[in-house]
Design a protein around this ligand. Sequence first.
Ligand SMILES: Cc1cc(=S)c(O)co1
Ligand SMILES: [Zn+2]
Length: 218
Amino acid sequence: MKKLTFAYESQSDLRILNTGHGWKVEAPQSGSRLEGGPLGEDIYQLEQFHCHWGETSAEGSEHTVDGRAYAGELHLVHWNTTKYQSFAEAAQHPDGLAVLGVFFDVGNESNDEIEKIVSTLSEIKFKGQFTDIPDVIDPTTFLPSGLGYWTYLGSLTTPPCNECVIWIVYKEPITVTEEQLVQFRCLSACSGEAEEFIVKNYRPPQPLGNRALRECNA
Ligand SMILES: Cc1cc(=S)c(O)co1
Ligand SMILES: [Zn+2]
């Protein structure tokens, strides 16, 4: 495969919302480009990023490596702007979306970029709430230093699970703290009064079936 290349803008005042299934940062970046690697000749543009986590740090990722789950997984969601006119249209096609997955390992040092997200969560405790992230966010800072990855043709992990995703999962995890994950789990799935914490929001891995899994050791 050709080398995977990416270019992102740094943005401040990005909107973060509580979707009821977790937090999501809306980051439509017309100036961003993800291309090469398994993406053929098409250019993909960043649309949003979000995260999946588990009740404990023993689980939470949506992919496992030789059966091993990580404590969570960050998803940077892109869509094919070469072929399609909108994100919604792209999500109807097998080459419509490209999602970069980054595993979370729990460690001692707090992840500064993730902390920019965590510091807003008290303002979006309930489903439907949103706020702007005052800090400047550069999506590149969420990526690991080693850029080796696995890739396969798969699906969205939330219903309707369209088979429209070229998955690109980095081999090297990034580190977050247990406290940062604890803050994720304090989000509520309800819009008010009743507190039903989003303690986990990952879809268990599905059988690979006859999908070809490829790797690139960048
Ligand atoms: C579009 C989209 C992609 C992923 S991976 C997700 O979890 C939810 O929505
Ligand atoms: Zn996801």
